[in-house]
Ligand binder design. Structure first.
Ligand SMILES: [Fe+2]
Length: 272
């Protein structure tokens, strides 16, 4: 994890790489998150009008698309959470709302955290979330998980009691992963389910993975991917590329089947 004073480094192909204002902004938001301690109230970020604009644009488009492409459980979670449409929400308020609904906590982190830390927090019903907003030049694209991905993709799921429990069961499974290969297997299953999972609902393929649910582009084309049957062994052993739309997805016969079979995997994962 980054220290408070270290500036955020962006790769050369990042949309904000040559924007000094954006880079300074990312560093300031990361510093605020890095200084946050468990048990402290989450400090608010004063979002700029530009950042609120990005949220407004993306959230309006995604909400429209969720009607056609998201599983019902997700849409119910979103209806319970009632995220603001016109401005970036504060993690403080999302945390309070999700906690009241399902006892799941949202905590700020400066950026990507080690895999075991991220998954391990889920076991304690804590979701580690970034707070920064993607670069305004490409509102429908982000090369890394920003607050739009975390909150629209994941927090809406965590507002549903059954799904919050599924995330906790995932976290507990991750704690049993001994060697890195076992964690790799677990991570790939997580990727193809809670990030990019799809399920059949009333004859249509719909998304329940946060990566799809928060991607304006990919949510409209995931039905064109090669769709394979839900299979834990196959998911856990298939490599993926985070930089492109997923060419292969695994479809469960229903969302109830996801909860049964994915939950069963999490509960019995040996981790060796
Ligand atoms: Fe995610």
């Amino acid at each position: 994890m980054r220290s408070v004073l270290e500036p955020v480094e962006l790769p050369t192909d990042h949309p904000g790489f040559s924007d000094p204002v954006y880079r300074a902004r990312r560093s300031a938001i990361a510093a605020s998150a890095a200084s946050s301690r468990d048990g402290d109230p989450i400090a608010d970020v004063v979002y700029t009008p530009e950042e609120d604009d990005v949220w407004r644009t993306v959230s309006a488009e995604l909400s429209r698309l969720h009607g056609s492409y998201a599983v019902e459980a997700y849409r119910q979670g979103a209806a319970r959470l009632e995220l603001p449409r016109d401005r970036v929400p504060q993690l403080r308020e999302v945390d309070a709302r999700v906690r009241a609904l399902t006892r799941f906590h949202i905590r700020p982190v400066p950026g990507l955290v080690p895999t075991r830390v991220f998954y391990g927090a889920l076991a304690e019903r804590r979701f580690l979330s970034t707070q920064y907003v993607r670069h305004h030049s490409v509102p429908f694209y982000t090369p890394e998980p920003d607050i739009i991905h975390e909150i629209i993709g994941h927090a809406n799921m965590l507002a549903s009691p059954e799904l919050a429990d599924l995330y906790e069961r995932a976290g507990k499974a991750s704690l049993r992963a001994g060697p890195d290969e076992a964690l790799g297997f677990f991570s790939r299953v997580f990727w193809f389910t809670l990030e990019f999972g799809v399920a059949w609902e009333r004859g249509e393929l719909r998304a329940y993975g946060a990566g799809l649910l928060s991607s304006y582009g990919e949510i409209q084309v995931f039905r064109d991917a090669e769709i394979r049957p839900f299979d834990i062994e196959a998911m856990g052993t298939l490599a993926y590329d985070i930089t492109r739309y997923q060419p292969v997805l695994f479809a469960a016969e229903s969302f109830e089947a996801v909860q049964r079979d994915l939950g069963g995997f999490f509960d019995t994962f040996k981790g060796a």
